[in-house]
Design a protein around this ligand. Structure first.
Ligand SMILES: Nc1ncnc2c1ncn2[C@@H]1O[C@H](COP(=O)(O)OP(=O)(O)OP(=O)(O)O)[C@@H](O)[C@H]1O
Length: 615
């Protein structure tokens, strides 16, 4: 691709960047961009990556490292940069989560771990805190019973190397030793992060290698960075010549429970000398919703960073209501009628309507999902699929399967072939043509061998195995560092296979099964935490009730931010529901809006929100 002169560079996709954003994209000095929802923070990172690559300001062969909060956010960012800069340049843009960044360091350099912290050849990632606490129970029940579990877990994830001054530290050290030395080792992501940090701390050459590789580091959703993640960032990059851009919004800080630091913005500015800059346009939300967000910014969150809507809207666009129901059954039935109307009359795609709950998705939306599906509107718990559908290998398999049964699907063909050419970086144009020819032939053969009828599970398994073989597991592992561990690659393939078989059992048609798997025409239902960074035409939040906000008295600030995140996912319409009676694990419970009255009062005072009895 032809190099662009910095002074000639223009943002991709005909977007106009406000002046501050343009300066951030073009300049290399460290920046902390603090801006509200929909201000284009993630978009700015994508544009800045394009600037750095297209103008070669990030000089070849140096790279950009972007760290996002969730796998799908990292994946989306990578895709945006790839679409705009092409395959070649975007190879120098690595988009990862903190977890995968740490895991890559560990997988690659585990031999460099110092004595006392060596791990076995293989390791399992332990996701549950409960299992870790069980280890403590087994080791010293008295200690566990007399200590707050949060304190135990915090000490467990403290920085390395460990000290052994107190009894608690000695118990912790023993448990670490057992977890590291078991075969396979048992590691949580926090432990992986601490081990990665230890590798960098104790191996100056690896640190130097990392700093020479990544000349630019981006940090998305920076408000939710935990102390452990920030320690890793500092250990890797502080004092290097790399340039940092962090973007975030303290009104959306919703991970304090998981260790997000309140002071991370100030720490970052102190540590890196970054200047704090603000962006003021909200590109996502319609004007009336921006008015509401501004009202809540001032009166609920007590901040002053207000936004202005983008001029693509009419001033009266955007609506927010609270719908009151007698009980959850009525809520489900009436919501169904309304959603059906939005889809059939307004022509809104089911995929652009999102149903959110604060937590306990099955309790709040399980019956609703079941009722919607039974009556012809597809809806599903999207939490389960978010990770699977951003695995590169799964996306490749899905694209090839689509292509087999729909030869006209040019997007599937392009994406599948992009995957193949990415894992064959060494091929010249002529050889790439040969690969394309071989791929077309391979797809035709599968189409002939497996016509879309009378499929059984075995055929699907064989087909998936053939598709993976065509790409080559070794090649996939060589290209995608997170698949270096073969277990991770195999698990991604197995998970996809299981889910596709399940979909096929329901649909009896492979294309329908694929549509079902990717959630085509299906309303996504998810928790607010999973909705971070996403956006939908319409958002329905189930349960604006004290029961859902049970933690409000203990952590009002975090709960207010959580509410703010839910509201700000909507482009045009938000509905909050309240049901007088709601199922709970203890049976049906009467609900009130007493504890969360400040939220409800501020919604009313905004002058934007309509409260409607829906019975
Ligand atoms: N300069 C721009 N011009 C037009 N549209 C934009 C611009 N920047 C961003 N957008 C669009 O606005 C929406 C929000 O952008 P983005 O997700 O980057 O915001 P954000 O600040 O990261 O949001 P949040 O913090 O709420 O997740 C997206 O649909 C994006 O494509």
């Amino acid at each position: 691709m032809k190099r662009v002169k910095p002074e000639d560079w223009q943002p991709a996709d005909d977007m106009t960047l406000e002046r501050t954003a343009m300066n951030i994209a073009r300049r290399s000095n460290n920046k902390l961009v603090v801006a509200g929802p929909g201000a284009g923070k993630t978009e700015l990172l994508a544009q800045k990556a394009c600037f750095l690559l297209q103008t070669n300001t990030c000089r070849f062969p140096y790279k950009i490292l972007a760290i996002s909060f969730k796998r799908d956010a990292a994946h989306n960012l990578k895709e945006r940069v790839r679409d705009r800069c092409g395959d070649d340049l975007s190879k120098r843009f690595e988009s990862l989560t903190f977890d995968s960044f740490a895991k890559q360091i560990l997988d690659r350099f585990k031999q460099a771990l110092p004595e006392g912290y060596k791990i076995s050849d293989d390791y399992d990632v332990e996701l549950s805190d409960r299992k870790i606490l069980d280890n403590y129970r087994f080791e010293d029940e008295n200690y566990l019973n007399s200590t707050d579990p949060e304190v135990v877990l915090k000490l467990h994830a403290a920085t390395l190397p460990h000290s052994a001054r107190t009894k608690a530290e000695r118990i912790r050290n023993k448990i670490w030793k057992e977890m590291l030395s078991s075969s396979p080792s048992q590691l949580s992501f926090k432990m992986i992060m601490r081990l990665a940090e230890l590798i960098i701390k104790t191996n100056p050459k690896i640190k130097k290698y990392l700093q020479q590789t990544y000349h630019y580091v981006f940090l998305d959703e920076f408000q939710d960075t935990t102390d452990i993640q920030y320690d890793l960032f500092k250990t890797c990059f502080l004092g290097s010549g790399s340039h940092f851009t962090a973007v975030g919004d303290d009104k959306q800080r919703i991970m304090i429970w998981a260790g997000a630091q309140n002071t991370v913005f100030e720490d970052f500015m102190d540590d890196t000398g970054a200047a704090r800059v603000a962006l003021s346009t909200n590109f996502r939300c319609a004007p009336r919703l921006v008015t509401l967000l501004n009202h809540l910014t001032e009166h609920l969150l007590e901040k002053t960073d207000f936004a202005t809507p983008s001029d693509k809207w009419q001033p009266d666009q955007g609506e927010c209501s609270i719908w009151l129901f007698e009980n959850a059954e009525k809520e489900t039935q009436i919501l169904f009628r309304e959603v059906k109307e939005w889809i059939t009359t307004e022509g809104i795609n089911a995929r652009d309507i999102c149903i959110l709950v604060k937590q306990q998705l099955t309790m709040y939306a399980g019956n609703l999902i079941e009722y919607f599906n039974r009556n012809g509107i597809k809806a599903r718990d999207e939490n389960k699929y978010q990770d699977m559908l951003t695995q590169e290998v799964s996306v490749f398999i899905i694209n090839v399967l689509y292509l087999i049964y729909d030869p006209q699907n040019t997007n599937a063909k392009k994406d599948a072939f992009d995957f193949l050419s990415n894992i064959h970086t060494e091929l010249e144009d002529q050889q790439l043509l040969k690969l394309e020819f071989a791929f077309t032939k391979f797809v035709k053969t599968l189409r002939k061998d497996y016509p879309n009828q009378f499929f059984g599970g075995d055929e699907i398994e064989t087909m998936i195995a053939a598709i993976v073989d065509f790409a080559g597991k070794d090649r996939i592992r060589a290209h995608f560092t997170h698949y270096k561990n073969i277990g991770v690659l195999n698990k991604a393939i197995d998970d996809l296979e299981k889910e596709l078989l399940h979909c096929y059992d329901v649909t009896n048609d492979i294309v329908d099964a694929l549509d079902m798997l990717i959630g085509k025409d299906t309303i996504p239902v998810m928790t607010i935490h999973k909705s971070k960074g996403l956006e939908y035409h319409t958002v329905v939040f189930i349960g604006l009730e004290d029961g859902a906000f049970w933690s409000y008295e203990k952590q009002p600030d975090e709960d207010k931010c959580t509410f703010f995140v839910a509201l700000s996912r909507a482009k045009e319409r938000v509905v909050f529901t309240f049901s007088e009676v709601r199922p709970s694990k203890f049976g049906p419970r009467e609900q009130s809006m007493h504890t969360i009255r400040q939220i409800v009062e501020e919604l009313e005072k905004s002058g934007v929100v309509e409260i409607v009895e829906k019975n």
